[in-house]
Design a protein. Structure first.
Length: 105
């Protein structure tokens, strides 16, 4: 997966195109991610012990990973990710445009 929890991503297509946000959760089996503040849906909830009021709540819905690109902290662009092994043999993520290492989240 090129997207990890905590990454800053930019949406490439859809109604939220061009917007940026932080990844809250990644569903690897479904190839989807939830991005903070984007792709909001409305859900009706009943009153309960957690939510005394009930009513309509807005929450983030999952979006497909193919619609997201990681924003590089070095160049600030939504670039592709390249995986390169370091001296210890671990895979690290690098920006394809500026070749800077992207943090692991």
């Amino acid at each position: 997966m090129h997207v990890r929890k905590g990454d800053k991503v930019r949406v490439l297509t859809g109604a939220e195109r061009g917007k940026e946000g932080k990844v809250l959760k990644v569903f690897t089996q479904k190839k989807r991610a939830i991005v903070e503040g984007l792709n909001l849906i409305k859900r009706s909830t009943r009153p309960s012990s957690r939510n005394q009021q009930g009513g309509i709540i807005e929450k983030e819905a999952a979006m497909h990973l193919s619609n997201l690109h990681v924003v590089c902290p070095g160049c600030g662009e939504a670039a592709g990710i390249r995986r390169i092994r370091d001296e210890e043999g671990r895979l690290q993520r690098h920006c394809k445009s500026c070749n800077e290492t992207i943090s692991t989240g």
